[in-house]
Design a protein around this ligand. Structure first.
Ligand code: DX5
Ligand code: ZN
Length: 228
């Protein structure tokens, strides 16, 4: 079994209770490297990369070449969140680009879910499955012992800066009750210090935050509040 302790350490080696994965979708893309380095210097361990294809979600964002260019430019773990149709076809690109964590949507993987997990795990990196707000957590159960992380979406995927859906967050509780002890439970969408607290009480231990980190005049305090 993968030792997950490393993934809770910030780049200075400090071990934290929670993982913070700032979403670069809300960053200044013209200064991407320095934006991410800033989050690292404040303790964020991961860098969340929102990959959107204009089919699975209405928006188009970035792809594997951006992950590749970040690989040697930052120290953060590269957390690729694939909001795309046919993840099986594109997972190899994101492995080769240097992702440390790859999460795909179960609504998009269909019959290929096991194959997607295998591809990611065979590459020696962490595998995550994500569910949209209306997807019941029971669909993940058959895979829960084969993956490292579940990503519970608390907004409809597609855009940053949306309002946190508290109903969707309730699913964290259900997942926590059935999950193996070391499963990372990540939450994404409308996360700030208050909503993160709600999710942490339900059992989440990894917070994606776009606007709350990158659009915050006090990024340091924002990240600190999420690290626990
Ligand atoms: C939404 C993305 C999120 C988004 C989060 O589809 O998956 O990662 O960037 O942005 P905030 O934290 O602003 O809701
Ligand atoms: Zn995301």
């Amino acid at each position: 079994m993968t030792d997950l302790k490393e993934y809770f350490k910030s780049t200075d080696g400090l071990l934290h209770k929670y993982i913070v994965s700032p979403s670069i979708l809300s960053s200044d893309f013209s200064n991407l490297q320095s934006e991410i380095l800033k989050t690292e210097s404040f303790g964020a361990q991961w860098c969340h990369i929102d990959v959107m294809d204009g089919h699975f979600v209405p928006n188009i964002t970035i792809g594997a070449p951006v992950v590749k260019s970040l690989k040697n430019a930052v120290k953060s773990k590269l957390d690729s969140h694939l909001m795309i149709e046919n993840p099986l076809k594109y997972i190899p690109d994101f492995i080769n680009a240097g992702s440390d964590i790859i999460t795909f949507h179960i609504e998009a993987s269909g019959d290929n879910t096991d194959e997607c997990i295998k591809l990611i795990k065979d590459a020696g990196i962490l595998a995550g499955i994500s569910i949209k707000p209306k997807t019941p957590p029971s669909v993940i159960l058959p895979y829960i012992n084969k993956i490292d992380m579940v990503l519970v979406m608390t907004v409809e995927p597609g855009f940053s800066g949306q309002k946190f859906m508290s109903d969707a967050a309730l699913k964290i509780k259900e997942i926590k009750n059935t999950a193996p002890k070391n499963l990372i439970i990540q939450v994404d969408g409308g996360i700030n210090d208050e909503t993160a607290k709600i999710c942490a009480d339900y059992g989440a231990n990894c917070f994606v935050a776009g606007n709350y980190v990158y659009k915050n005049p006090d990024m340091k305090t924002a990240i600190k509040s999420l690290l626990g």
